[in-house]
Design a protein around this ligand. Structure first.
Ligand SMILES: CCCCCCCCCC/C=C\CCCCCCCCCC(=O)SCCNC(=O)CCNC(=O)[C@H](O)C(C)(C)COP(=O)(O)OP(=O)(O)OC[C@H]1O[C@@H](n2cnc3c(N)ncnc32)[C@H](O)[C@@H]1OP(=O)(O)O
Ligand SMILES: Cc1cc2nc3c(=O)[nH]c(=O)nc-3n(C[C@H](O)[C@H](O)[C@H](O)COP(=O)(O)OP(=O)(O)OC[C@H]3O[C@@H](n4cnc5c(N)ncnc54)[C@H](O)[C@@H]3O)c2cc1C
Length: 662
């Protein structure tokens, strides 16, 4: 069957005809400026001109080993293509393009993220000079090996030991128990010949806690595992099965003294310990990765939204008015309610990711000159935003899948793969509940500091026990954000009161903490979302002076929707603390419905402006031309079961069953 593919189907043509804003301008804002859009497009063009980077067979049809090899082939091809054209791996990461091409979990991602970041952030000058060029040129390939079978969250509970032997000036790495086996690190199983390993440092019989070590795992010529090391792959997972997540055990394996990362803490040749300026500086790679994950989550959510919103404009189903033509499903208010608040979330996360990156850059610069005071704030913000971004991206992606009905369940929609990839983000790099509890710790500390008259850092300054009264009218954006802030202040105050009450009635502080932890997680979530609302409002108001009115109006509407939706989600708290009343909530609900209908008109144009090309969306449902049914049909033809009319299974099982006298 051959069908002439129109440039773009009539439905999408009509949608795009209604666009009242300059798409390119919105694209530039999302990219961070016209120069960055231009750079991203240059990278994309180069990648699109490299056919080896694109699969003609879905990984779903490959064996585990072929899947891994195919992804490794593409990852190495990507690296050489970038290099040849004067770009770096970092360019592919920061534009999202690398991840989109290789999003089945690729075996070089840990190398170019956490392995390199550890070398850059934890090495002393000699180590940097020795390891960075090797790693940057892929002469050594590594991963970040921290989690063990027995412990992932509780880093202080890791069991791998690194015991210093001053007679040989070596560390002896050992896995004393089965639970000490390193478990999970990406690319550890078969790809990496090195790993940065988190292990308990022992000097003269005393444990100094987790420290990081550079460990060679495999011979650089033969790639065989070195003596004293056992390494392998952990088997199939929910998603990202093209990666070789691995296990690793040490049997009294020796490495030189100089292989302990010594930027922050040091061990001298005679076995003396030199303390770091802050005890958590060795957690720096995790913090940096959390910052990256916020961007990554927003990008993945945006891919799902482009797919679901374009599909919703092409798909017609049922009758809204009996006898009328079947409407586009995007016309149903319930469909708008499923998708558009997540579209607003994407924008909110993108602006917050940028704000977080600035805090990260500022804090890192401070660390360089010995200033540690911004570290707790960065830890709380990066933990909270990583948790909210991944939670929302996972939820949003699944809603996008559901919004596409049955076709959303097809692998060829690409929604299942986007979902399984981002779902891992809830767990890795700090499980979200655990990260929220870290934020809660910061909130309670800040609230108590405020009661003692201390000045609070910027992200928690609104928690002041006696806040200045808000002058913004309640129904303005600022007024509603202030109401959300009042809600969080009330929640944190309530948590503090409950904690104190439990302690006063004889519970230990730790038992009291656990007894309040559901509420504490809610505080952390609400605080982070308040921060996101603030960043969104600030970004839109700053842009107001520089962008055209069409773009500003779209951003204003998205920001408004985000805030209204958040107020409705938090209604119970806001009513309890008196920040809003029932009448205000009713009008907020009505406004939200009205806004859904307004934003629906330009929804396709807004997702077009996110500007992700079909080759990176990889979806039969979301392509630019809207030619959904032909694409789904053609993809199905690739199923290996369609290679022959009658399968082997028929002769082996079905026919004997039909012939049997049952
Ligand atoms: C080929 C090309 C294609 C392109 C692909 C490229 C990919 C590029 C990357 C781009 C970015 C993202 C993409 C996504 C892919 C990334 C892949 C990542 C894979 C995942 C890897 C991992 O999972 S690695 C393992 C991660 N593990 C964790 O995160 C463990 C979590 N646990 C902890 O962090 C800690 O245990 C804890 C924080 C929970 C507790 O620590 P600890 O017990 O030591 O402390 P306490 O709770 O007692 O607290 C004491 C005080 O210390 C403060 N604290 C704690 N941590 C920090 C910190 N980091 N900084 C500052 N302060 C900290 C804490 O607040 C306490 O303070 P006080 O209250 O004041 O006492
Ligand atoms: C796809 C993927 C890739 C990964 N890649 C790497 C890698 O490259 N390198 C690496 O080192 N690791 C990696 N990991 C491991 C990952 O970092 C850990 O799985 C993660 O940190 C969670 O730890 P855990 O598995 O021990 O979960 P657990 O901590 O055992 O969590 C189980 C449950 O217990 C709860 N819980 C735990 N502690 C607390 C607490 N204090 N308070 C309240 N509740 C708590 C959690 O909320 C969760 O519900 C990867 C994991 C995945 C899934």
């Amino acid at each position: 069957m051959s069908v002439v593919v129109p440039e773009c189907c009539d439905d999408l043509k009509r949608e795009r005809g209604r666009c009242l804003f300059n798409k390119e301008e919105l694209t530039n804002i999302l990219d961070g400026g016209p120069k960055l859009t231009e750079k991203r497009r240059r990278i994309e063009k180069m990648l699109i001109n490299t056919p080896e980077l694109f699969d003609d067979v879905s990984p779903d049809y490959l064996s585990h080993e072929d899947r891994y090899s195919n992804e490794l082939r593409k990852a190495t091809q990507l690296m050489t293509t970038l290099e040849k054209n004067g770009f770096t791996y970092n360019d592919a990461v920061t534009t999202g393009t690398g991840l989109w091409l290789l999003m089945d979990g690729n075996p070089l991602s840990l190398h170019i993220s956490m392995f390199l970041d550890t070398i850059k952030g934890q090495s002393n000058p000699q180590q940097l000079q020795e390891w960075l060029p090797l790693a940057e040129k892929f002469k050594i390939i590594g991963t970040y090996a921290q989690t063990e079978l027995g412990h992932g969250t509780f880093v202080r509970g890791l069991e791998t030991t690194a015991t210093y032997d001053s007679t040989t000036k070596e560390f002896v790495l050992h896995s004393p128990t089965i639970t000490a086996t390193k478990w999970w690190p990406g690319a550890l199983g078969k790809t990496s010949n090195h790993a940065v390993v988190m292990a308990q440092l022992y000097l003269g019989g005393k444990c100094y806690g987790p420290h990081i070590f550079m460990v060679q795992l495999r011979d650089l010529e033969t790639h065989r595992t070195l003596p004293g090391i056992v390494v392998g792959e952990i088997g199939p997972r929910l998603g990202m099965n093209s990666n070789d997540n691995g296990f690793l055990q040490f049997n009294h394996h020796r490495i030189p003294l100089t292989n302990m990362f010594m930027k922050h803490s040091q061990v001298t040749e005679d076995g003396k310990y030199v303390k770091p300026l802050h005890s958590k500086l060795s957690y720096g790679t995790m913090v940096q990765t959390r910052v990256g994950i916020v961007y990554h989550a927003s990008r993945e959510l945006s891919r799902a939204l482009i797919i679901a919103i374009r599909y919703s404009a092409v798909r017609h189903q049922s009758e809204m008015v009996p006898g009328d033509p079947e409407p586009q499903i995007l016309d149903y208010q319930t469909q708008q309610y499923k998708l558009l608040p997540h579209l607003a979330s994407f924008f909110a996360l993108r602006f917050s990711a940028r704000a977080l990156l600035e805090v990260f850059i500022g804090t890192s610069a401070g660390l360089g000159s010995g200033k540690m005071n911004m570290l707790p704030e960065l830890h709380a913000l990066s933990s909270g935003l990583k948790a909210v971004a991944t939670n929302d991206a996972v939820k949003g992606t699944d809603i996008c899948r559901l919004a596409c009905g049955g076709h959303g369940y097809l692998s060829s929609s690409n929604l299942p793969r986007i979902y399984t990839a981002i779902a891992a983000g809830i767990t890795y790099e700090g499980e979200n509940t655990v990260l929220f509890l870290q934020v809660a710790r910061y909130l309670i500390k800040s609230f108590r500091a405020s009661s003692q008259g201390q000045t609070l850092p910027f992200s928690v300054s609104y928690l002041r026990v006696q806040p200045p009264s808000s002058h913004a009218p309640l129904m303005s954006d600022r007024g509603l954000v202030d109401a959300l802030g009042a809600g969080v202040r009330w929640m944190v105050g309530e948590a503090e009161r409950r904690l104190q009450q439990l302690v006063d009635s004889g519970h230990s502080p730790h038992a009291a903490w656990n007894a309040c932890s559901v509420h504490l997680v809610q505080c952390a979530d609400a605080h982070t979302r308040y921060y996101i609302c603030e960043q969104f409002v600030d970004a839109v108001s700053k842009l107001g002076e520089t962008v055209s009115s069409g773009v500003h109006e779209v951003l204003r509407q998205l920001c408004r929707l985000y805030i209204l939706h958040r107020v409705i989600q938090t209604a119970g708290i806001l009513l309890r603390c008196g920040a809003v009343d029932g009448k205000a909530l009713t009008s907020i609900e009505e406004e939200e419905c009205h806004l859904l209908a307004t934003l629906r008109i330009q929804a396709v144009s807004i997702v077009d402006a996110i500007d992700i090309k079909d080759v990176f969306l990889k979806s039969t449902l979301g392509a630019w031309d809207g030619n959904v049914y032909q694409r789904i049909y053609e993809e199905a033809q690739k199923s290996p079961l369609n290679k022959s009319d009658v399968t082997q299974g028929y002769y082996q099982y079905l026919r004997p069953l039909m012939k049997a006298n049952l």
